[in-house]
Design a protein around this ligand. Structure first.
Ligand code: MGD
Ligand code: SF4
Length: 745
């Protein structure tokens, strides 16, 4: 089918990977099993339900284990709206997380031998006792709030419960300030609700999909990629705004190769055209929005000619694309994007996207945005949490619209200073490799240096583990229970994660770790079960099902109860904003002292000899977590530096040549990266995939392979509205000589 082709192309052709046999195997997700079914031998396999943890799309899947207890295959669950029965290459390769022989195998405790700091292996008993005694000690001295939890993904949920029971809500994750926080803030200010995950974009029925720097196809959010592929087959117009010729751009009718950091100017000009030419959805705007007249006045001077000078996109292209969107209205989506912490005015860029969608009447319309729905999983009985004296909200109080903990502010509060009102003394880090996900390395290292205690729970010896006092080996998602996945989608659904095999080595599930620490801290009442299976069984019973049933079906879909997917004609709809309407003009922002309507602000440009450092995703990797995965490393073992031929000519660079990068703050990359000369990147930028350049030698496949973009992101532009760290304002020069010749890394 053409859907298959699109995914294949995005991974093999444009991701810069050779079509190896294993790559093809991965995409043939079901064929191996189909073959076995044909031969009628599947009954030898045990089938266990799970949902994928290789990225946060959380596709429901089946793990097949043979009689010897080896995991043979993971395939998508046919009834799951996150994957429609097919996993992406990472999900299929997830078994590599289980098989990786570099995994953390036992708890480790930092120790000094002959004046040198090192780790020694320890028993769980000893490691957990040490953690509990340190936590108690810090609680006594400074209060429980002084212990912060930095987390991401499933393990974080269990530890969040432990922390709240202990009295600390000093909790943050990079998925907010380093990822989609600004998008959630911008949409909440406009529509009164978050976009959330999966995004409620009705891509399968859209007539026009506009991507603002969102590289779907390289960014492999499964059902979204599949729906986009269907939309292309159905003749939808794709408009991609990206300084780089992305996979999505190659599938687009219009590719607008915008000058980096000028997207708001383009969107203001689009609004100008849509309003001046009367192309907006007049009834919808009249009925559901407020502030149209202010918006109209505001954008009246932002003509395509004005934007041309800023964005380098020709006025006729701006007009043509605005009209294309309007002719598809309301079946049009200006996609909210996902990783949006770019330039520090990101909430305002998200507001521009939200406003454009409102002008075109796409929110609550078929082919635009549907009204998502999820089902509430009942909370397992447990005492009330105590009330912390201060928490993540106080830490982020400078950013009035922040709706979650801001990692970078938690880090700042961990560096002692006179004006620090919220001193943090210890961290627990779980499921996040902060040395790669958080910019401003110097600040991060200083904070870690100052901590009295740091625990890291991971599955792999990632860079971050090297900073810990205690390292806890969590077993992988294939070896444990976790919380029930309740998804917000067109229809509500739940999925379960059941261990397919026993934990390898001496690794343990996150729920068990949380319970063990909790009991040692006298919080046993909060962990009133022996096995997490009991918690899930209890919750499933409340929801009218059981673990028995879920073991057979993996995913349970429920009927909607909140009303139809889309607005009915002329429906009087109350948006959850202060005005009850979509707020084109934001009184809330105005009251807080911010621009009530988005404005274009000029951002710094690379000085002579420097190029803007742009980064993104590859379809077979997720951030830094998959670089060492044997299956996925096999598909792509290092990142490349995309360089425009004009730059290559000036600097005399050739494809395959190794170079080093040096940023505006004189920081040089630890490792070299191989050049890829390509027209697909503008001459003012270079591009690489995020997540490589690992510095821990224990990662036998990933160590020293490629460059870690985060190392070169020493400058951030902070979003004054929600505290996100804009990371795309760093500039690099290209070095052809090794700057570290005599230094061993
Ligand atoms: P990863 O780098 O994949 O993502 O940042 P992170 O959440 O830090 O690190 C995940 C860690 O979790 C790894 O150490 C992995 O081994 C571990 N892990 C995986 N599975 C498990 C498990 O089951 N249990 C436990 N305990 N650990 C597990 C993501 C963040 O990074 C995000 S969401 C975005 S969008 C940003 N992207 C980004 C970027 O594109 N460029 C730069 N420079 N920085 C970025 N930071 C942000
Ligand atoms: Fe796993 Fe891929 Fe789904 Fe992400 S999109 S959850 S990696 S299968």
């Amino acid at each position: 089918t053409s859907r298959r082709k699109f995914i294949k192309i995005s991974a093999l052709g444009l991701g810069g990977v050779a079509a190896t046999t294993s790559a093809l195997n991965m995409f043939g997700a079901n064929s191996y099993l189909d073959e076995l079914v044909k031969q009628n031998v599947t009954k030898k396999f045990k089938r266990t339900p799970t949902y994928c943890e290789v990225c946060f799309w959380k596709c429901a899947a089946w793990t097949y284990t043979d009689e010897e207890g080896n995991i043979q295959k993971i395939i998508g669950n046919e009834n799951d709206s996150h994957c429609y029965g097919r996993l992406c290459p990472r999900g299929t390769g997830g078994v590599g997380m289980y098989n990786d022989e570099d995994r953390l195998k036992t708890p480790l405790i930092r120790t000094t031998i002959n004046g040198e700091e090192t780790f020694r292996e320890a028993s769980w008993e000893e490691a957990l006792d040490l953690i509990a005694s340190k936590f108690s000690n810090i609680k006594e001295k400074y209060g429980p709030e002084a212990i912060a939890l930095l987390k991401h993904g499933s393990p974080g949920k269990h530890l969040e419960h432990l922390f709240k029971a202990f009295g600390s809500d000093t909790i943050a994750e990079p998925a907010y300030a380093q990822c989609r926080g600004a998008r959630e803030a911008g949409f909440a200010l406009t529509y009164g609700s978050w976009v959330g995950s999966p995004e409620p974009t009705d891509i399968r029925d859209t007539k026009c999909l506009v991507l603002i720097g969102s590289h779907i196809g390289e960014n492999m959010h499964n059902s979204q990629v599949q729906e986009m592929s269907d939309a292309i087959d159905n003749g939808a117009t794709i408009i991609t705004v990206d300084p780089r010729f992305s996979t999505a751009a190659s599938k687009s009718k219009h590719w607008l190769a915008i000058k980096p950091a000028t997207d708001i100017a383009l969107m203001l000009a689009w609004m100008n055209v849509i309003i001046e030419e009367g192309l907006y959805d007049k009834e919808y705007v009249e009925k559901y929005t407020t502030g149209f007249n202010q918006l109209k006045d505001h954008v009246s001077t932002f003509t395509p000619e004005w934007a041309y000078g800023i964005t380098t996109i020709k006025p006729e292209e701006i007009r043509k694309t605005a009209r294309a969107m309007a002719s598809a209205s309301p079946s049009v989506i200006i996609h909210p994007g996902r990783h949006v912490s770019w330039y520090g005015d990101d909430t305002q860029r998200a507001r521009s996207i939200a406003i454009l969608n409102a002008l075109l009447g796409s929110w609550g319309r078929r082919g635009g945005f549907y009204f998502k729905e999820s089902i509430k999983v009942p909370k397992y009985p447990s005492p009330k949490y105590p009330h912390p004296k201060w928490d993540w909200k106080n830490i982020g109080e400078k950013y009035p619209v922040a709706q979650m903990g801001i990692t970078s502010e938690v880090i700042k509060c961990s560096i002692p200073s006179k004006d620090n009102k919220y001193p943090i003394k210890a961290w627990m880090v779980a499921g996040t490799n902060i040395t790669k996900s958080i910019p401003e390395k110097e600040m991060l290292e200083k904070a870690m240096d100052e901590l009295e205690f740091m625990v890291v729970m991971d599955t792999m010896p990632m860079d971050v583990t090297g900073y810990a006092d205690v390292v806890l080996p969590e077993c992988t998602y294939l070896e444990r229970y976790d919380d029930i996945r309740s998804a917000t989608n067109r229809e509500p659904s739940i999925a379960v994660r059941v261990p397919a095999v026993k934990p390898k080595y001496d690794s343990k599930p996150g729920w068990w770790v949380a319970k063990q620490i909790g009991e040692r801290l006298g919080l046993g009442d909060y962990f009133n079960y022996d096995d997490y299976e009991e918690v899930i069984e209890w919750q499933l019973q409340q929801m009218g099902t059981s673990l028995d049933e879920m073991n057979k079906i993996g995913v349970k879909n429920f009927s909607r109860t909140s009303g139809p997917l889309y607005l009915n004609e002329n429906e009087a709809y109350h948006f959850p904003t202060a005005s009850g309407k979509i707020e084109l003009y934001s009184q809330e922002l105005k009251n807080l002292g911010f621009d009530p309507l988005p404005n274009y602000i000029k951002h710094p440009e690379p000085p002579q000899g420097f190029y803007r450092l742009n980064y993104g995703r590859a379809p077979m990797h997720t951030f830094s977590r998959t670089a060492n995965n044997p299956n996925l490393n096999d598909l792509k073992s290092e990142n490349n530096l995309w360089v425009n031929p004009k730059v290559a000519r000036i600097l005399g660079l050739k494809t395959g040549q190794e170079v080093w990068l040096k940023n505006q703050d004189e920081i040089t990359s630890n490792f070299p990266i191989k050049v890829r000369v390509t027209e697909r990147v503008r001459w003012d930028s270079v591009y690489m995939v995020h997540g490589f350049g690992h510095t821990n030698k224990k990662l036998s496949r990933a160590f020293g392979k490629g460059i870690n973009d985060t190392q070169l992101i020493s400058k951030v532009a902070i979003d004054p509205i929600m505290g996100g760290t804009g990371m795309r304002g760093n500039f690099v020069s290209i070095l052809t000589e090794n700057p570290h010749k005599n230094i061993e890394l």
